[in-house]
Write a protein that binds this ligand. Structure first.
Ligand code: PEP
Length: 251
């Protein structure tokens, strides 16, 4: 039985004081929630402020990216041990915005996933096709390369520590959501791929989140599908009420 997980990707939003305020509101409104795992992912500069608020609560903390080296001359980068020490338990890896604007590839995703696992961080690994790939009928093959290349070299016990987020790029921040059935077809394909690579026992335990314009009014339809285990939420994670509505709708 996979416990639902809702993760909020705040992207480049919320200063430290704004993060403290939003995290405080979420902690208060979600204090009795125990059916759903909850993670918030503020920007790096707001992690410490958010951590002080959610520490010891039912809300986990994640970063939005890391570099794969632990330390050194890599100006502007942040490493896994740095976010670990500040209080993160997880990190988003390979978000489509990072692939699109910052040159991330399946190879860099793979290095970052390995760096996260080395420091006992849960990687939330994002996969998903762009609109032109969907229109060319390439959804399954794109997702397959993201999974196979992004997770290459991982052992079965490491796969159990990851979370996959299927985010069709055409649905991110656009208001267009894949229908629950459309999303579930891809989720089931991902689980089949994981089964082929790591066996059914492992694949059946990996949580696969959906991401792309998730809102309080579409989460329950998504969650009613067999292979959708939660959501990675962008825009709607920036207001307490909408994020709370999504968490409650997932339970
Ligand atoms: C995201 O960026 O991960 C995302 C799913 O964004 P949105 O919910 O705004 O579509």
């Amino acid at each position: 039985m996979r416990k639902p997980l809702i993760a909020g990707n705040w992207k480049m939003n919320k200063t430290a004081s704004q993060a403290e305020e939003l995290a405080g509101a979420l902690k208060d409104k979600l204090k009795n929630e125990n059916k759903v795992d909850i993670i918030i992912c503020p920007p790096f500069t707001s992690l410490e402020a958010a951590c002080k608020v959610v520490k010891g609560s039912n809300i986990g903390l994640g970063a939005q990216n890391i570099y794969w080296e632990e330390e050194g001359a890599y100006t502007g980068e942040i490493s896994a041990p740095m976010i670990k020490e500040i209080g993160c338990q997880s990190v988003i890896i390979g978000h489509s915005e990072r692939r699109q604007f910052f040159g991330e590839t399946n190879e860099t995703v793979n290095r970052k996933v390995k760096a996260a696992l080395k420091f006992d961080l849960t990687p939330l690994v994002c996969v998903g096709e762009r609109l032109e790939e969907k229109e060319a009928g390439r959804t399954f093959s794109v997702v397959e390369s993201h999974i196979k290349e992004g997770l290459t070299g991982l052992k079965k016990e490491e796969i159990l520590k990851i979370v996959v987020a299927y985010e069709p790029v055409w649905a991110i921040g656009t208001g267009k959501t894949a229908t629950p059935q459309e999303a579930n077809e891809v989720h089931s394909h991902i689980r089949r791929l994981l089964t082929g690579l790591y066996g059914e026992e492992v694949a059946s335990r990996v949580r696969i989140l959906y991401g792309g314009s998730v809102k309080p009014d579409n989460i329950s339809g998504l969650m009613s599908e067999t292979d959708i285990d939660g959501a990675l939420v962008g825009g709607a994670s920036l207001q307490a009420d909408s994020f709370v509505g999504i968490v409650q709708g997932a339970g």
